[in-house]
Design a protein around this ligand. Structure first.
Ligand code: AFP
Length: 297
């Protein structure tokens, strides 16, 4: 089944948005070989931008701006929320190329999108959909519009065809732990040691979207925690944690900042970072239990 057929029962503008982003991402997938250099600019987080970061951001924004279906667009590569003229009502959050520092070593990276009916400075639970395109050995597109989580693969004819429908996160013993062990906070370290004692194996690539995609299919948990000196961690609430947290929750998993569901958090700024645990319910319940009860657990 092709993506457009799978979206048949979707609101027309939501369907068009997912198809448009899927289409633009075909252009991005073909652009890696020619946009690998670092640019001479930094984003608002002080991170040097890859030429591809900026190019990917520009091509997606240009397409959504002329679509007539988007009102607000917040991008990780833009300092503030863009507001488009016209009658569109969708709000979009965009990480145009998560993991871009890995392109020059040929690891999987991706485009992450959150979709709202209106304002994007809203809790993740108000999303009406979310998707990501993962550029790896295959180019795959994963989406949800709150009717299950579904995977598509880009075939040689340039069509996204259904690969797996109604994905449910299985149990699995892999974990993707970000940040440095020497800086871990006590509760997080206790949680890590518990998982290690249960035989969890590390699978951390440096690409959030690729690591979470693996966990969505094999089970386990990804974390980029708050740590000494950066208690809010590294990942962005709007652009990374919310959209993938939404997808994982729709697939029967869970997400937490260590003391509650990330999707309940009311954002105060587009640049807001948040500690993140995302994966199976058991792993998420454990970190919240440890933090709630202290280290007596
Ligand atoms: P880049 O987009 O700059 O490569 O950063 C990727 C990322 O935001 C996320 O995808 C990874 O999980 C995380 O950073 C890796 O961070 P560390 O390099 O500190 O491990």
């Amino acid at each position: 089944m092709r993506l457009e057929e799978h979206l048949a029962d979707c609101d027309e503008d939501l369907k068009e948005l997912i198809l448009r982003i899927g289409n633009v991402c075909k252009t991005i997938a073909s652009g890696f070989a020619s946009h690998q250099t670092y640019s001479d600019t930094q984003n608002i987080y002080g991170e040097q931008q890859m030429a591809l970061d900026k190019w990917a951001d520009e091509v997606i924004i240009a397409d959504l701006k002329k679509s007539g279906i988007v009102k607000y667009l917040a991008s990780e590569e833009q300092p503030e929320v863009l507001k488009f003229k016209g009658t569109g009502s969708l709000g979009v959050t965009l990480d145009p190329l998560d993991g871009s520092s890995l392109i020059d070593v040929n690891l999987a990276v991706g485009t992450i999108v959150g979709i709202y009916r209106g304002r994007v400075l809203a809790p993740g639970k108000e999303m009406i959909g979310a998707m990501y395109v993962l550029y790896g050995p295959l180019t795959t597109l994963t989406y949800t519009v709150k009717k299950g989580v579904h995977d598509f693969v880009l075939n040689p004819d340039g069509e996204y065809v259904l690969m797996k429908e109604n994905i449910k996160i299985p149990e699995g013993k892999i974990f993707a732990p970000g940040a440095l062990r020497k800086n871990y906070l006590p509760g997080h370290l206790k949680w890590m040691e518990t998982l290690e004692s249960q035989g969890y194996k590390i699978r951390f690539s440096g690409s959030f979207v690729a690591d979470v995609h693996q966990i969505l299919h094999k089970g386990g948990v990804f974390t980029y925690p708050g740590y000494v000196g950066k208690e809010q961690g590294k990942l962005r609430l709007l652009f990374e944690a919310n959209p993938l947290g939404f997808i994982v929750e729709q697939a029967g998993g869970a997400t937490s900042h260590g003391n509650g569901d990330i999707l309940e958090v009311r954002p105060i700024a587009v640049s807001q970072r948040i500690p993140i645990y995302i994966g199976g319910k058991d792993e998420i319940n454990l970190i919240e239990k440890i933090n709630k009860e202290g280290l007596r657990t």
